[in-house]
Design a protein around this ligand. Sequence first.
Ligand SMILES: [Zn+2]
Length: 205
Amino acid sequence: MSKRQLCETCLRPLKTCICKHVRPVSNAASLIILQHPQEVYEAKNSAKLLNLCLKNSQIHVGEVFDDGFFQKTQAENFYDLLLYPDTPEEKSLGILKPPEIDVSQLNSGDNLKIRLWVLDGTWRKSRKMLYLNPAMQSMPRLSLQDCPPSLYTIRKAHSENQLSTLEASCYALQQLEHYSVDYSPVLSAFAAFVAEQHTFLPSSS
Ligand SMILES: [Zn+2]
């Protein structure tokens, strides 16, 4: 059996390589994407494109991250925030109530000290990742406000306001950085990516 050739940068088959869409942007607040393993080879996934566009970003694949991973990253003295909505059913799952956001940290004007964590997976998988990683439960949470409607028309969203990982991360970073960085090149790159994905889908759907 011959393996399909993959692009070394985006790890996709050469035919659907997304590297041509990449538009570099220097985000001020850092971004860490924790990607569920099932998303890695998902053609419609936007996290890798986001990671390739944002200079100040990392992507880590896994469902459970060991304590060492969080200890190592948290030793770096960032103010860590988790991008995650407030969902009422969490209490019954035993997920800890997150601490309040320290507004003085956000308004210090030093965006370089802020780090945003994003879970990349379906709604259900993200919730499981939060459940399985108590270190994430102890991060204050940022939820998005007043976002434009999603460009993400490929995958059925869990709710009307559910955005792709790429969009949600860009809007959250914009809020954290008080709109000092322009994310429109990344959002345009995403629009081009979505349009291209449609050309790979059967026209009847
Ligand atoms: Zn590529």
